[in-house]
Design a protein around this ligand. Structure first.
Ligand SMILES: Nc1ncnc2c1ncn2[C@@H]1O[C@H](COP(=O)(O)OP(=O)(O)O)[C@@H](O)[C@H]1O
Ligand SMILES: N[C@@H](CCC(=O)OP(=O)(O)O)C(=O)O
Length: 263
């Protein structure tokens, strides 16, 4: 059964799906993601991609194995990586005759009505013109000190905020894990997947822990916050494995994959 009334879709992909365990860029996943999103774009879906990976691709392109310690070094690395990430995306999407555009956002930009409206206007024009917006946090600008709260806690939060602001019907979060489990399966081999979550309860919050991967940031905690934001706005979110982005076709087809968060 098709997911009904879904036209405007936001897909979020995390670092853990974009970077291989050996630290190199996962070109297979990026290529498949470009194929899937370009196909949906051709079919008439309005698709926006929220992509992490600036830091991960920056590390890969500089041949580094771990994040630098200093914030300024991290921000510089993310700005190198973001350029490389977008170069890879625009090449791969062009293979499927699809144009992409880059938007780098900070929290304050979505908070203030005037700048938020400009972002929404830009997204509206891009989607009307069948260009796929690719959004990331503006890492070299984001600070979180004194009264400057410009950072998102994570791109999971950014993707949920963008989705609700632009009236997306569905947010698909691609991670390195098949579903939301009753505890972290990387730590507990007997963890069981939960297929449908109607409400984010304190028990579920306890089941969610942080990232156990080298580059990921928020783990399941921020994905649950994103789901809460979506459900409060009466919208759906599906969490599934980004290893093979063709899973997105299954999600839109209504197949039982991943974890569906909906009332
Ligand atoms: N209850 C849970 N169910 C599934 N995964 C969990 C849970 N709690 C913690 N995790 C961890 O969250 C990780 C995914 O988060 P993260 O590494 O931040 O991914 P991404 O880069 O996709 O945002 C999983 O690999 C898993 O180890
Ligand atoms: N803006 C950062 C993304 C940080 C982030 O949220 O990462 P992830 O938990 O992998 O989605 C980057 O591009 O490296």
């Amino acid at each position: 059964m098709m997911l009904e009334n879904v036209k405007r879709v936001v897909v979020k992909i995390g670092t853990s799906s974009l970077i291989l365990p050996n630290g190199r860029t996962n070109l297979k996943t990026i290529d498949s993601l470009a194929f899937v999103l370009a196909t949906l774009n051709n079919q008439g879906y309005e698709v926006t991609l929220v992509s992490s990976g600036a830091m991960g691709v920056g590390l890969a392109s500089e041949g580094l194995t771990q994040r630098p310690h200093e914030i300024a070094d991290q921000q510089a690395l993310a700005s190198v990586g973001q350029t490389e990430l977008m170069r890879i995306y625009s090449q791969r999407f062009l293979n499927y005759q699809t144009k992409v555009a880059q938007l780098l956002l900070t929290r304050d930009v979505l908070h203030f009505p005037v700048s938020r409206q400009h972002v929404l206007n830009t997204l509206g024009v891009l989607l009307k013109d069948h260009v796929i917006p690719i959004i990331n946090e503006n890492d070299s600008v984001a600070v979180d000190e004194l009264d400057h709260h410009t950072t998102f806690s994570d791109n999971d939060e950014l993707s949920a905020l963008v989705s609700t602001r632009m009236g997306a019907d569905l947010l698909i979060v691609l991670s390195d894990i098949d579903a939301f489990y009753d505890k972290d399966p990387h730590k507990y081999p007997d963890a069981q997947p939960i297929r449908h979550i109607k409400e984010v309860t304190p028990e579920l919050e306890k089941a969610a822990s942080g990232s156990s991967t080298r580059f990921g940031t928020g783990g399941m905690v921020t994905k649950l916050h994103a789901a809460t934001t979506m459900m409060k706005a009466n919208k759906k979110m599906v969490l599934c494995n980004g290893k093979d982005p063709r899973v997105i076709f299954k999600v839109l087809n209504g197949d039982p994959v991943g974890t569906r968060f909906s009332k």
